[in-house]
Design a protein around this ligand. Structure first.
Ligand SMILES: O=P(O)(O)O[C@H]1O[C@H](CO)[C@@H](O)[C@H]1O
Ligand SMILES: O=c1cc[nH]c(=O)[nH]1
Length: 249
């Protein structure tokens, strides 16, 4: 039973790391190449700790504090596997997703940052975890507050940082303008594919989580970063995410 596995010296079904290989604080991009880049440019002295299925994980330090990065892959099923194994088997306390997202309202532009204060979802996830209840999927308040404070300090009149709800969709190619209109009327800032799963797992496993997203596309205007820019243009997102990870309890 996948839910009952433990951590051996060779790891879990999806992570080939030994107990103690991950720091309690973890940055989590979707893309494994972004994970490698974060390890190379943002962490100090990072070493690779896992590469099962090409999902790369590294541990080093940031500002003198041990910190890891592990890719999540794409979508809620994938992120829930990695987040569960980190919280349950590797003593991880906090995971901050550092991902990309598509903006919905005109007030959010490509390269802006969105801190996800809630995650709506079209996944069955919010309905199947507690019978008869649709769960509200939300980040840890402490991480959200720290990220919002960091975002305010980061804002210098250029690209904006927004705090608000996102949609975590199971469908990347979701051609439903009316749905986006309805979500926009309800204050939804952007669409991505993992935050709701991460928030659900953190809640179930007693961990803390947050998603900080770089806007890579605009769903209304068609503006978009290139694939290379998606891999490289997320410095502010990383600084905000790391500040949240490092915040005092
Ligand atoms: O850039 P990442 O973190 O992978 O996030 C976004 O990009 C992928 C889709 O292109 C999905 O995983 C979506 O959530
Ligand atoms: O439009 C987008 C952009 C990034 N990620 C998504 O899921 N959708």
């Amino acid at each position: 039973m996948p839910g009952q596995v433990g951590t051996s010296v060779t790891g879990t079904p999806h992570i080939a790391a030994a107990p103690g290989d991950f720091a309690p604080l973890v940055l989590m991009p979707g893309d494994p190449r972004r994970a490698r880049r974060i390890a190379e440019t943002f962490l100090h002295g990072a070493r690779q700790v896992t590469d099962v299925r090409g999902i790369l994980g590294y541990t080093g330090s940031h500002q003198g504090v041990p910190m890891s990065v592990l890719a999540s892959g794409m979508g809620i099923p994938s992120v829930t596997i990695y987040a569960t194994e980190l919280f349950r088997h590797y003593g991880v306390r906090r995971i901050v997703r550092v991902g990309t997202a598509g903006a919905i309202p005109a007030s959010v532009a490509v390269r802006d940052v969105v801190v996800a204060s809630a995650a709506h979802t079209d996944s069955s996830l919010s309905r199947v975890l507690v019978d008869g209840v649709t769960l509200s999927l939300a980040p840890s308040y402490g991480l959200l507050r720290a990220a919002a404070d960091a975002a305010e300090r980061e804002f210098s009149g250029g690209e904006a940082v927004h705090v608000g709800p996102v949609l975590s969709s199971d469908h990347f190619y979701l051609d439903r303008p009316a749905l986006f209109d309805a979500l926009e009327r309800r204050g939804t800032l952007a669409v991505e594919m993992e935050a709701a799963g991460l928030y659900a797992v953190a809640c179930a496993e007693g961990g803390e989580a947050l998603a900080v997203l770089t806007v890579s596309d605009h769903l209304r205007t068609g503006d978009a970063l290139t694939a290379e820019e998606r891999e490289t243009d997320f410095d502010r997102t990383l600084r905000i995410a790391a500040t949240a990870l490092l915040t005092d309890d």
